[in-house]
Design a binder for this molecule. Structure first.
Ligand SMILES: [Zn+2]
Length: 158
């Protein structure tokens, strides 16, 4: 048996790499407030008054670092959305089709990307009013998924 020096053997494989990372001061406050109280906090720039959700320590427009906290209501407007038909259980346990949306909470100038549920995809419209659905207190872990998803304001299908 001879071996060609040009032969390249290729294997298909997946690498699962456990890792940890520090959320940082701003995200840690946001996540602990979400976990402990089901509250959503954004940050406001002292110069341009822009309200960021998710919160940012810095305003990228003004290059200031002293944004202040502002509590936002758990409701707002669906800015845009997409329906996902691809299954990747290791990344997203939702069964397709599922919906990702960008919801701009009332009082915020930027939107939060998250799951949207309790509505058929063909009934979704940009501009719809949405409200947050949270995990039960005892199930929260200080993760963005403590906010389960957004649903039509007043409740989606039950
Ligand atoms: Zn600013």
């Amino acid at each position: 048996m001879t071996t060609s020096p040009e032969e390249h053997i290729i294997y298909d494989g997946r690498i699962k790499m456990p890792y940890t990372w520090a959320a940082g001061k701003t995200s840690s406050y946001f996540l602990t407030q979400l976990r402990d109280y089901g509250r959503l906090w954004g940050t406001r720039c002292p110069d341009c008054a822009m309200v960021y959700m998710p919160p940012r320590k810095n305003c990228p427009r003004c290059v200031v670092t002293d944004t202040t906290w502002v509590e936002l209501p758990p409701r707002g407007v669906l800015e845009t959305f997409t329906v996902v038909h691809f299954s990747e259980p290791s990344l997203q346990p939702m069964e397709p089709p599922y919906i990702y949306g960008i919801v701009r909470l009332d009082g915020a100038d930027t939107g939060l990307t998250h799951l949207v549920s309790e509505i058929e995809p063909n009934r979704l419209r940009s501009g719809m009013r949405m409200e947050a659905a949270f995990k039960k207190l005892e199930q929260r872990r200080g993760e963005i998924t403590d906010l389960l998803y957004f649903r039509p304001e007043g409740g989606g299908r039950q």
